[in-house]
Ligand binder design. Structure first.
Ligand code: PEP
Ligand code: MN
Length: 359
C-alpha cells in the first residue's frame, strides 16, 4: 500500500484520554497516569453522542472543569468533543486547547454549518489558537469529510487536522468500524498538507486489536494517533471494551518506538513491512471468512424452510473441483486447497445443522 509521507519521526504524536470524562477522580487519575506515560495531549468527552437514549451521555459542562484542572495540574494540552455551538462556547470558555468534531456531526452538513458559523463568530485569537480535529463521517463518503473541513476553513479555522476512525457497517465484523484505508489515503492525496491522525480505538472496538492497528497506521505514515485510555477500562461508562490502561498504552508506544528506531538493517525493515502486509491480509481473510459463514447460515435457513437436507454431496464435490482448479491456476497446491476447503465446509455444515457441537 502507498505511504503518505517520507521522513516522518519514528513515532507519531499520541493523543490519549478516556472516551468520556466521568468524574473528577477518573479524569485526574487518568491524566496523571498518561502524563507519566509521556503523553502530552489529553482527550476526554464531556458530551457523548450515544446511539440509543438512556445511555450515559456525559457530564456536560461540569466535566470541562475537571479537564481544565488536569491541564493545570499536569501541564497537558486538552481536547474535548463539540457537536453544537453551545458546546463550543462552553469549551472555549473553559480554556480548552482544541476540540474534535465527531463522526456523527461530520455526517450532517446542517450541524457542520452551524458549528462552522459558531467558529466564525469566535474572537479571532480563539479561532486561531484552537486546534480542530475533524473525524471522518460515519459512512465512507470522502466528499462529506472534505466538505466538513472546507466549511471550517471558510469559517476562518486555520489549525485543522483530520482523524480517521473507521466507518459504520451493518453486520458482524472483527472491527467495530472497518478501516477502509483507501478513504484516508485518498483524503491525503486530495489534501496533502492536512495532518492526518488515526483513531484505532473506534476502529477496533476491542482493546486487543488496537496495537496492530497502530502499526498499520504507522506503516501508512499517519501523523499521529488518537487513542482512548482510561485508568480503569472495566468500569468505564462508555466504550469500556476498547479502552487501554495508560500502562498498556505505554507498552504499545514502546514497541512502536523500538520498531521505529531498530538498527538501520534493511532486512529488519523489509521484514517488518512484510509482516504489516501479512497482518492486513489476515484481517481481510478473517472478514471474508466471516462473510462466507454468514451467507452459509442464510442458505441453512432456506434449506430448513424448504425441508431440504443440509448436506448436498453433488454441490460440494463440484465446488471443491472448481475451487481447486482455480487455486492451482494461482499457484496454490491441490492438497493445501483441499484441506482449506474441507475445514471451511465442515464449519459451514456444523453451523447449518444449528448446533454448537464439534462436527
Ligand atoms: C469519541 O472519540 O469518543 C467519539 C465519540 O468518536 P466518534 O465520533 O469517532 O464515534
Ligand atoms: Mn468513545
Amino acid at each position: 500500500m502507498d505511504t503518505f509521507r517520507k521522513n516522518k519521526p519514528a513515532i507519531p504524536e499520541v493523543i490519549a484520554g478516556p472516551c468520556s470524562a466521568e468524574s473528577r477522580e477518573q479524569v485526574l487519575e487518568t491524566a496523571r497516569e498518561l502524563r507519566a506515560a509521556g503523553i502530552s495531549t489529553f482527550r476526554a468527552g464531556a458530551w457523548k453522542p450515544r446511539t440509543r437514549p438512556g445511555c450515559f451521555e456525559g457530564r456536560g459542562a461540569e466535566a470541562l472543569e475537571w479537564i481544565a484542572e488536569a491541564k493545570q495540574l499536569y501541564g497537558l494540552r486538552t481536547l474535548t468533543e463539540t457537536a453544537t455551538p453551545a458546546h463550543l462556547a462552553a469549551a472555549v470558555a473553559s480554556g480548552i486547547d482544541g476540540v474534535w468534531i465527531g463522526a456523527r456531526t461530520c455526517t450532517n452538513p446542517f450541524a457542520m454549518q452551524e458549528l462552522a458559523d459558531a467558529f466564525a463568530a469566535l474572537p479571532p485569537q480563539d479561532r486561531e489558537r484552537l486546534e480542530v480535529y475533524v473525524k471522518n463521517p460515519v459512512n465512507p463518503d470522502i466528499e462529506l469529510w472534505i466538505g466538513a473541513i472546507e466549511r471550517l476553513r471558510l469559517a476562518g479555522v486555520t489549525n485543522l487536522k483530520a482523524v480517521h476512525r473507521g466507518f459504520g457497517d451493518y453486520g458482524k465484523h472483527i472491527y467495530r468500524n472497518p478501516p477502509v484505508w483507501r478513504v484516508p489515503i485518498e483524503l491525503h492525496r486530495r489534501m496533502p498538507d492536512l495532518p492526518l491522525y488515526c483513531d484505532p480505538s473506534h476502529i477496533a472496538g476491542r482493546a486487543d486489536l488496537v496495537a496492530p492497528l497502530c502499526r498499520h497506521a504507522m506503516d501508512l505514515n499517519f501523523d499521529g494517533l488518537f487513542i482512548e485510555s482510561h485508568c480503569n477500562p472495566g468500569e468505564a461508562l462508555s466504550d469500556s471494551a476498547q479502552q487501554l490502561t495508560p500502562a498498556e498504552l505505554a507498552a504499545i508506544i514502546d514497541t512502536l518506538e523500538a520498531r521505529g528506531t531498530s538498527p538501520e538493517s534493511s532486512v529488519t525493515e523489509r521484514l517488518e513491512k512484510l509482516r504489516g502486509k501479512i497482518d492486513r491480509i489476515d484481517d481481510e481473510l478473517i472478514e471474508v471468512l466471516a462473510r462466507r459463514m454468514e451467507t452459509s447460515d442464510e442458505i441453512g435457513i432456506l434449506k430448513r424452510e424448504a425441508g431440504m437436507k443440509v448436506l448436498q454431496p453433488g454441490r460440494y464435490s463440484r465446488l471443491v473441483e472448481s475451487r481447486v482448479a482455480e487455486a492451482s491456476r494461482l499457484g496454490l497446491s491441490e492438497s493445501f486447497m483441499r484441506g482449506v476447503l474441507e475445514t471451511i465446509h465442515e464449519e459451514s455444515v456444523r453451523r447449518q445443522l444449528g448446533n454448537n457441537l464439534e462436527f
